[in-house]
Design a protein. Structure first.
Length: 149
C-alpha cells in the first residue's frame, strides 16, 4: 500500500511564526475572552453604559474583573426564530472577533441584537460595532485596518 501525498488545501494550518503571524494579530475569541456568567451580563444591563445603534446595542461593564470580554444576547421577543437568534449572535461575535485588537480599556462588552439585524450583512454589523465603539471611547488609535470596513 502506498502512502498518499497530502492534499492541497487540507485542514492542517501553516506552522506558527510564519509571515502571516507578523502581519495579523491573534483573532481568536477564546473562552476566557467571553462573558459566560449570566450575573456579569445582568450587571452590564443594570449598571452598564448603553450605546444604541440600528442593529445592535452595545453595553459596557466597568469594574472589577473587566477585561475586554464579550457577551452576546439575542432575545426571543425581538428575534422569534431560533435560526435568527443564532445568526445574530454569530454575526455579533464575528464582528467583535475581527476588530477586538482595535478596542482598548478595562471593560466588558455586551452586544444586544435588535430586530434589524435579521437582514443585515456581516459588514454592516462590523461597521455599526466600530461606530458604537468609537462613540463609547473604546477605539484605540493603533492598527486601523483598511479595506472592508
Amino acid at each position: 500500500m502506498q502512502a498518499s501525498a497530502p492534499r492541497s488545501g487540507s485542514a492542517t494550518s501553516p506552522p506558527p511564526g510564519g509571515a502571516e503571524d507578523a502581519v495579523r494579530p491573534d483573532q481568536r475569541l477564546t473562552r476566557s475572552q467571553r462573558l459566560t456568567e449570566s450575573r456579569l451580563i445582568r450587571e452590564a444591563f443594570d449598571h452598564g453604559e448603553p450605546h444604541a445603534g440600528r442593529l445592535v446595542v452595545l453595553r459596557l461593564r466597568r469594574g472589577p474583573g473587566a477585561a475586554l470580554r464579550l457577551g452576546v444576547v439575542a432575545g426571543k421577543r425581538t428575534l422569534n426564530r431560533a435560526v435568527d437568534r443564532n445568526r445574530a449572535k454569530r454575526l455579533m461575535r464575528e464582528a467583535f472577533r475581527l476588530n477586538r485588537f482595535r478596542f482598548s480599556g478595562a471593560v466588558d462588552v455586551v452586544l444586544l441584537a435588535r430586530g434589524w439585524i435579521r437582514t443585515a450583512t456581516r459588514q454592516a454589523v462590523e461597521e455599526e460595532l466600530l461606530k458604537l465603539a468609537r462613540r463609547a471611547g473604546m477605539l484605540g488609535g493603533q492598527g486601523e485596518r483598511t479595506g472592508n470596513v
